[in-house]
Design a protein around this ligand. Structure first.
Ligand code: F6P
Length: 550
């Protein structure tokens, strides 16, 4: 395949970028009073405003042609029809089947996967209900009050993010806790909050071999047995979510307590599978199904909406425009919702593990920038930390502002004062990033405010803002399970769109393996008393210094 950078639309976009490189968004808004109208998409209560990006009326048609030239429509078909598009792991990519609430058959390897998916959802429903109702008892006959999910990466971030985001929908009598880091502090501090008689551990690991998860799981098992004085207690206090049944049984978890999923579910796309068990227990199965239904709505939208009106497609293309044509290499996720404070970390894995790749589908080095460095923090907290750089730094950071119109909470004056302040901050940020403030404007402001001339001369440049900084705003009515499902699926498909255009496999993660491999060589050295000499001098000395002082 010839590189996308030689395609007609890419070359046209490069020319177009040159022609608008110095265009100022504030002028574009002044010249076209309707700019918002033709640069937003509405989908039920979702409003996606991308008008504050450095685009003109010519940009989107060119970007859409690029998507067509990259065969995006055909790639969408392959995604939904169970083709093994994760070719480097010889796997289909069927997280969309997990939320296929219409139950139309979805084939993988010639077999409809829907009956198995539905059977697991039914098993999750029965189990989560029995824990919530108190029918499921701990070994000493007490009901479960704490559920600890032990997992890492995709087996942790999704459920942790969702449980935090939807806390108001959660059971008041069950605390969901999450342990991921192999740093013993994570497990130790979590166990301090747990009563062994009333704690259920979910060991969530697709492979059931991940070092961090297994180390934490074994220590948790020792803790339970140590406190309840009987290894039979494992049956009441441990369940597993995995594709590796034999390893789960070897750990001592009964086959009845295994929740299955499949190799065609990627770790970072797995919260829709049984990996979502902690979500189902905390929120109840009906809310879990609503989460699935929200994602399914976006799957349908992504499948059927014309590219020009397709939310994930437009977001993906604007991302390409910013990264590849403006060279803006990072991207900030700024949710104005405290519940979504884990969303940036969740999307970090989703995006950077999917598209942080320099080898294309043909095994050759790509000749363009791929995945952006994704980061972020909830608003307004970030405003008092890194927004300084976003406003006045030398690096331009495209941003996604995410904002529910209604809060999940009624608090303060009139019950909505906090939220109005929050909304005003979000809107003000997007406007000031776009508008900027010329030095002349800063100077005039100071003069009108009566500052002495000396101070005006000293400070006007410091109080100026270049503006023209791109942002996209994503609004919806209220954060609930269905809305959150929609929001996550929008990002999943956006990332897919970008991977298609960059011609990379967004569904493997070989980059993570290398560090694991080396760690497996270092660990035996740390256990060994004699000096280590087999690595480079820095690595040898780091190991030897540690051993000496351990
Ligand atoms: O970080 C690499 C990774 O393979 C992720 O893709 C995955 O989500 C995580 O490790 C956990 O893997 P597992 O569920 O097999 O323990």
């Amino acid at each position: 395949m010839t590189s996308i950078t030689n395609s007609k639309s890419w070359l046209a976009l490069a020319e177009h970028q040159k022609s608008i490189n110095s265009a100022q968004m504030r002028d574009l808004f002044n010249e076209d009073k309707d700019r918002f109208n033709h640069n937003h998409i509405q989908f039920d209560d979702f409003l996606i405003d991308f008008s504050k990006n450095r685009i003109t009326n010519e940009t989107l048609p060119l970007l859409v042609s690029l998507a067509r030239e990259a065969n995006l429509e055909q790639w969408k078909d392959k995604l939904f029809s169970g083709d093994k598009i994760n070719f480097s792991e010889d796997r289909a990519v069927l997280h969309t089947a997990l939320r296929n609430r219409t139950n139309t058959p979805v084939m993988a390897d010639g077999k409809d996967v829907m009956p198995e998916i539905n059977a697991v959802i039914d098993k999750m429903a029965l189990f989560s209900e029995s824990v919530r109702s108190g029918e499921w008892k701990g070994f000493t006959g007490k009901r479960i009050e704490t559920v600890v999910n032990i997992g890492i990466g995709g087996s942790d971030l999704g459920p942790a993010m969702v449980c935090k985001a939807l806390k108001p929908f959660g059971a008041k009598h069950i605390s969901p806790l999450f342990v991921s880091n192999v740093d013993g502090a994570d497990l130790a501090q979590t166990l301090e909050k747990c009563d062994p008689h009333t704690t259920l551990f979910i060991v969530a690991s697709k492979t059931f071999t991940t070092q961090e998860t297994m180390t934490n799981a074994f220590s948790a098992r020792d803790w339970v047995i140590g406190h309840l004085n009987d290894s039979a207690a494992i049956r009441n206090h441990f369940v597993a979510i995995s594709t590796n049944k034999s390893a789960v049984e070897a750990f001592g978890i009964s086959p009845d307590n295994i929740f299955e999923f499949w190799d065609w579910v990627g770790g970072r796309y797995s919260l829709w599978s049984s990996i979502g068990l902690s979500i189902a227990i905390f929120l109840g199965i009906e809310n879990f199904k609503q989460l699935l239904a929200g994602a399914h709505d976006i799957d349908n939208h992504f499948k059927t909406a014309p590219l020009e009106k397709n939310i994930p497609v437009i977001l993906g293309l604007i991302g390409i425009w910013n990264i590849n044509f403006f060279n803006f290499k990072t991207h900030a996720i700024l949710p104005y919702d405290q519940g979504l404070s884990l969303l940036p970390s969740y999307l970090q894995q989703l995006d950077m593990e999917s598209n942080g790749k320099f080898i294309d589908r043909e095994g050759k080095r790509v000749c363009l920038h791929t995945g952006p460095i994704l980061w972020g923090e909830s608003g307004t907290n970030g405003q008092h930390a890194f927004y300084q750089l976003i406003h006045q730094g030398t690096e331009i950071v495209p941003t996604d502002f995410i904002m529910p119109i209604h809060s999940q909470y009624k608090i303060g004056k009139n019950g909505d004062e906090h939220h109005k302040i929050l909304i005003s901050n979000f809107i003000a940020q997007t406007q000031s990033l776009m508008l900027g403030k010329k030095e002349e404007e800063a100077r005039n402001e100071m003069v009108v405010a009566g500052f002495p001339e000396k101070e005006v001369n000293l400070l006007a440049s410091h109080k100026s803002f270049l503006g023209n900084r791109p942002s996209t705003s994503i609004l919806f009515d209220k954060l609930d399970p269905k809305t959150l499902g929609r929001l996550i699926a929008i990002y999943e498909h956006k990332i897919f769109v970008q991977g298609v255009i960059w011609n990379i496999n967004s569904f493997d993660q070989w980059g993570v393996e290398y560090g694991k491999q080396i760690a497996s060589l270092v660990l035996p050295e740390l256990r060994e008393k004699s000096a280590t000499v087999s690595f480079d001098s820095s690595t040898n000395n780091l190991i030897n210094y540690t051993k000496k002082n351990l």
